[in-house]
Design a protein around this ligand. Structure first.
Ligand code: GLA
Length: 381
């Protein structure tokens, strides 16, 4: 992990750096609903991005990473452009967003390190953008100017990914990374930006995160294609977004193609499931919550077509096992991670059974870790 002496190795001796952290996330339910103005229900996890930051006397920002080669650079007095190394573009995109927002930036050196697997669908990129924003704020001197906060900052981070990494991601990831509370999931209304924290602090329950190690990129076409299909379905249904359509309306609309109908069916059903799941969580009804997770997975697999054999295998291996409430893929799909909601006292046995099933089916490991809802991004030193 990043610390003072490693920072000095990368950027030379001097004042001790400050440190911020930004967590990864898993979405418990509400998949592919954020860009349809719907609801999502994610938690932050205890894997995180850390950034050490030290202000500079000039207007230069330099960023390096312990896990990746190269150095990103930005001059704060000129428009910042994306370039090489590509990983640094997330950082540069945030700096450009803050510059345009008129935030009082100072030059800084940043060193990054992360325990979030990249490309695993755990929002390593949102953790990076949010950590950058917090680090630049620390370097700029807190409270001395118009710093975007809350959902405005989440939108700035989302925009940085769109503009500098070519990723058409939704608002869910930077929102939960910024606004999460320990011991709670967050029901986010992606239309109004209103978050509601729903307690998930029961020590008898854990979320198991199972990494297929199948890597996906949101900018490889599948994700953008789903967004476009949703938009054209909404237009044919005569609604601003699929959030406004009803299940019967989707089945009755004669002008939808088969694909559009199935995409819309998923989104409309998933939004209803997410609201229902938040209510189930609120009353501690994990069995009901788990059934909604199972239904979400089936819908993502069959109607939205964003699952894959590896994700399905994990969900099938977990289904019906003693102590398992429910299981589903999480995040954009096409690989990445599946999650299992399980009783804590059964979690080890469930993880062992799923891992050996996966090993037998695919001949490789499926790393599994247990997590409980962590706090959103913060300054740690
Ligand atoms: C990715 C995006 C999110 C969301 C999910 C699907 O993780 O970054 O905004 O759209 O896919 O729910």
């Amino acid at each position: 992990m990043v610390n003072e002496s490693r920072f000095h190795c990368y950027f030379g001796p001097g004042e001790a750096p400050r440190v911020v952290r930004a967590p990864g996330r898993v979405n418990l339910i509400g998949e592919h609903t954020d860009y349809n103005d719907g609801f999502v229900l994610p938690i932050a996890i205890d894997r995180q991005m850390r950034a050490c930051v030290r202000p500079r006397a000039d207007r230069l920002v330099r960023v390096r990473s312990i896990g990746a080669d190269g150095e990103g650079r930005a001059d704060l007095d000129a428009p910042v452009e994306p370039g090489e190394p590509r990983w640094a573009n997330y950082v540069l995109g945030v700096i450009e967003g803050l510059r345009r927002a008129g935030a009082p930036l100072r030059g800084a050196d940043l060193l990054l390190d992360s325990t979030i697997p990249t490309g695993g669908g755990l929002s390593s990129s949102a953790a990076l953008t949010v950590a950058t924003a917090l680090a630049m704020r620390l370097a700029g001197g807190e409270g001395r100017g118009p710093w975007p906060e809350g959902m405005a900052l989440a939108r700035l981070c989302q925009h940085a990914e769109h503009a500098f990494a070519g990723t058409p991601c939704g608002i869910m990831d930077p929102s939960i990374v910024l606004l999460a509370r320990a011991g709670a999931a967050m029901l986010l209304d992606c239309r109004t930006g209103e978050p509601r924290h729903v307690p998930l602090a029961d020590p008898g329950v854990v979320v198991l995160v199972c990494d297929t190690q199948v890597r996906h990129e949101l900018n490889d076409g599948g994700y953008a294609a789903r967004r476009a299909q949703c938009e054209s379905a909404a237009a044919k249904l005569g609604v601003a977004a699929l959030r406004d359509a009803g299940a019967r309306q989707v089945e009755a609309c004669g002008s939808l193609t088969d694909v559009e109908r199935r995409r819309a069916r998923h989104v409309v059903g998933e939004i209803a499931r997410t609201v229902e799941a938040a209510a189930a969580l609120q009353r501690g009804d994990y069995a009901a919550f788990g059934r909604l997770m199972d239904a979400s997975h089936a819908s993502l697999r069959d109607d939205y077509e964003v699952s894959c054999g590896e994700l399905d295998a994990i969900v099938e291996a977990a289904a019906g096992r003693e102590g398992v409430y429910g299981a589903r893929m999480t995040g954009g799909g096409f690989g990445g991670c599946a999650i299992i909601l399980a009783r804590r006292d059964a979690a080890d046995a469930v993880a062992d059974a799923v891992a050996s099933h996966y090993q037998a089916a695919y001949g490789r490991r499926c790393p599994i870790f247990a997590t409980r809802p962590a706090a959103g991004a913060s300054v740690v030193g």
